[in-house]
Design a protein around this ligand. Sequence first.
Ligand code: SAM
Length: 173
Amino acid sequence: MKRIVVLRLGHRLFRDQRMTTHVALTARALGAEGVLFISGDKTVEQSLRDARKRWGGEFYVRGGVNWRDEIRKWKDAGGKVCHLTMYGINLPDVIDEIKGTKNLMVIVGAEKVPAEVYDLVDWNVAIGQQPHSEVAALAIFLDRLQEGEELKRSFKRGLKIIPKRKGKCVKRG
Ligand code: SAM
């Protein structure tokens, strides 16, 4: 896998602010290079900018995007697109096929996802066939995709946690 980018659809102002921030933090922590979202809500961009300043890395956040244009551009550049939805093919039945992809856009929703998305993408993938959360779906997907390697990654600059069985130890990187 060369590049992973996350596209967050939906986002009801106030109601989804925390969820979108958590989608972005999860994407950052678990190996994506950046997140795109359709709302122009500046609080999400600010939270992620703060996280990057404190914890390092190169992660980017781009709000106010047009989802149709972003999917088209990604596909035109040779990338593949995977939409996470409980209506898709269950993850264990399709993950090996997706693992071979070089550049992958992962789409998660909030409210109802437009029907067109289901047709535009290369894969509609379910993380089990029960409704749960975009954050949980994204985390499980990214982990299975990268076979846990994303947990060993280190981030350039910023604070570094020295793992401890008890207590906390944080150093400047
Ligand atoms: N009806 C939705 C669906 O299509 O999965 C559930 C809506 S849920 C509030 C918001 C987002 O969480 C969905 O758009 C999807 O990206 C993700 N999600 C929730 N449950 C999922 C599941 N079992 N498998 C994959 N994605 C899921």
